[in-house]
Design a binder for this molecule. Sequence first.
Ligand code: NAD
Length: 353
Amino acid sequence: MKIAVLPGDGIGPEIINQAVKVLKAINLEDCVEYAPIGGAGFDEFNDPLPKSTLDLAISADAILLGAVGDWKYDKLPRDMRPERGLLRIRKSLNLFANLRPAIMFSELIHASTLKSEFVSDLDIMIIRELTGDIYFGEPRGISKNKKNEREGLNTMRYSEPEIIRIAHVAFKTALKRSKKLCSVDKANVLEATELWREVVIQIGKEYPEVELSHMYVDNAAMQLVKNPKQFDVIVTGNIFGDILSDQASMLTGSIGMLPSASLDAKNKGMYEPSHGSAPDIAGQDKANPLATILSLAMMFKYTFNDQNKFNLIENAVKKTLNDGFRTEDIFSKGTNLVGCEEMGNKVIERLEV
Ligand code: NAD
């Protein structure tokens, strides 16, 4: 087993340290190999995705990533910016299926800004297509138009095979859960998503047990806060999934709690928290490491097919919350405020190895 560990920028190294401590506690530290990505890659190799990092990621069985990005890189040419490293690694490894569970831990019910009755027992799986759409579509860029005005251009594009493969992942996931799948698009105005809807319906015929519904993205955003429990599995494109999954994270209290898995066709995966590098709190020992630790748990479930280790880690996180330990983002009166490092230690103390 070889796990490529890419801490990245901002709070990345702090939260990754906690997940690596978990790997040490279960005697898997020898599987870990580190490499820089994002701003860290640029600083060391003048490239947000250095070749050595990509080579390591290709040769590894799974990848654990912290986060990339920092305001100090905002002036770099677009191709050199940290976020470009992330997009490139997703594309190079063909990690097209991004699984983002939004689960309400009962201990955190009061951290949600929504009333408890709307979010108690919430368990949604958002499946976001990750290597297509407007984030990758060509042509793109900023140039002068015929009137000599500056113009920004991006292209929303989806090919039929791209939609087919993500649809299969979504239907298969729905089969393992409550057999309900909602496909989110904007088929009324965007042709790229008109095709999306057509193809999802077509693939749905191969999964007659799954109840398929469709929703426009604006309505989905509204329904997610109005009545989130109506959803079980949501499948959507890259940009809509990016936004809706951040929104869903807040239903559960904090973006610091939300793990994610990005998988290729053979379930090789990159595992990372859904949040960014949080430069505002970087280096202050304030970050919540639980999304990263839960991402590590997902690695065992989806890439290594090891449900026991998934349960082991998830249970340790639940116990930590149950025992009242909270980082600042999920803190409420009557609980114990701890830093990132201490939160990691509390989880490790509760691992029943
Ligand atoms: P962000 O997710 O980094 O932060 C948004 C807010 O959530 C901030 O207030 C931050 O302090 C808080 N937050 C995020 N993670 C937290 C955690 N684990 N614990 C406690 N609080 C947490 O998003 P942003 O501010 O829009 O972006 C900051 C940088 O991150 C940018 O450079 C952006 O491009 C990058 N980014 C990277 C990724 C990624 O690496 N996958 C994703 C999104 C944004």
